[in-house]
Design a protein around this ligand. Structure first.
Ligand code: GDP
Length: 362
């Protein structure tokens, strides 16, 4: 493996859970993702986060530092969290893995003042249909009248600094959110009261702007993943890779490339892959695996550096011939020592599932 290998899978073969952020427009999805990235960078450690293609990996140690006393990294053996950078339920529902949702876990962002809005309900429907475990981020607590912002603190500590009046106002709003969850068939409660996150959805009050409550969110996400996803996260890290296309892009010097999220196994620069295309599966040979350069080096001419191989879960750009017809949302499979016709059949089957879904969703 090269130094720049973006692999976050650990020795036990547990991969990083893939996290998606959903919610109504303007409720703060982008701000939340930026804050998670920004806070992780602020921790200042080398390797605090790794910027992937289309995704951001926050390793367990960094989550431990951000979450302070809320997280003891020794309690976890999942390697961290991989956030898909494109928020919104349109990207969520088109991104599949073997028929299920690509994201293993989700954050539903709700503006605590604005409450449930049409896209909140759409997102809830999709989460229900895909049976994706999720938490509700009750965002913008800093806009509660009389709120005194507490940059980056866990929410309970921030509440210690608030007036009774502000705390009461927040609670009122939070109970409205819990009520709206119940109206939609979900039992929910403040996350610190939730014992079983499968039967009860945790609500995390936070501000994507000031960062208060973000430590709690990361803690809950790690806890939820650890408890309920661990088996799903056990993979043969060295097996033939499987992934989903995020985007098809022209890159100078590389021609048409695909940005993928790899959710299983490994892909190397030597592999033959099968990719879902507009006119059926495309069989092609990887020419280069490309990873974004660290921000510090971005002033050099080249935005990408080549890596020899990557393992799930990760975001990576693949340059290869014949990718012009590749489609966002389509499957990608590494052939390795399998019969190429079997892999083509697998990709074909998934493509037909995808087109059925698209028709159903109008
Ligand atoms: P998206 O459409 O869900 O991605 O929402 P954005 O992240 O773009 O946020 C919409 C607006 O709300 C922007 O002006 C943000 O600055 C603002 N915003 C997001 N989160 C917060 C928050 O926690 N507090 C406050 N005061 N504003 C926020």
């Amino acid at each position: 493996m090269s130094d720049s290998d973006a692999t976050v899978a650990n020795a036990t073969g547990l991969r990083t859970p893939i996290v998606a952020v959903l919610g109504h427009v303007d409720h703060g999805k982008t701000t939340l993702l930026d804050k998670v990235r920004g806070s992780a960078v602020q921790e200042g450690e080398a390797g605090a986060i790794t910027q992937h293609i289309g995704a951001t990996a926050v390793p367990l140690d960094t989550i431990g530092e951000m979450a302070g006393e809320l997280v003891d990294p020794d309690d976890f053996d999942l390697p961290g969290l991989l956030f898909i950078d494109t928020p919104g339920h349109h990207s969520f529902s088109t991104l599949r893995s073997r028929g299920g949702a690509l994201a293993d876990i989700a954050i539903l962002v709700v503006d605590v003042n604005d409450g449930f809005q049409p896209q909140t309900l759409e997102a809830l429907d999709i989460l229900k249909r895909t049976q994706t475990p999720f938490v509700v981020a009750a965002n913008k607590v800093d806009t509660i009248p009389g709120w005194k912002p507490q940059e980056g603190l866990p929410i309970q500590q921030s509440l210690d600094h608030q007036s009774d009046r502000a705390e009461d106002r927040l609670n009122e709003k939070l109970y409205e959110v819990i009520g709206q969850m119940s109206d939609n068939g979900f039992s929910a409660d403040m996350y610190w009261r939730v014992q079983d996150f499968r039967s009860n959805i945790g609500v995390v009050p936070l501000s994507a702007m000031t960062g208060e409550g973000i430590p709690d969110l990361l803690t809950v996400m790690m806890g939820l993943s650890q408890r309920y996803l661990k088996e799903d996260m056990s993979i043969d890290v060295t097996g033939p890779g499987a992934g989903t296309v995020l985007e098809v892009k022209d890159e100078q010097g590389f021609g048409t490339t695909i940005d993928i999220v790899l959710y299983d196994g490994t892909v190397t620069g030597e592999d033959t892959i099968v990719v879902g295309g507009k006119n059926g599966p495309i069989v092609t040979d990887v020419r280069a695996l490309l990873h974004p350069r660290p921000l510090a080096e971005i002033r050099t001419e080249k935005h990408f550096e080549k890596v020899d191989s990557v393992s799930a879960a990760t975001g990576i750009k693949i340059a290869a011939p014949d990718l012009d017809d590749a489609m966002a949302g389509a499957p990608v499979r590494v052939v390795r020592d399998r019969d190429v016709d079997d892999v083509i059949a697998e990709v074909e089957a998934e493509l037909s599932d995808l087109s059925v879904e698209t028709e159903e969703n109008g």
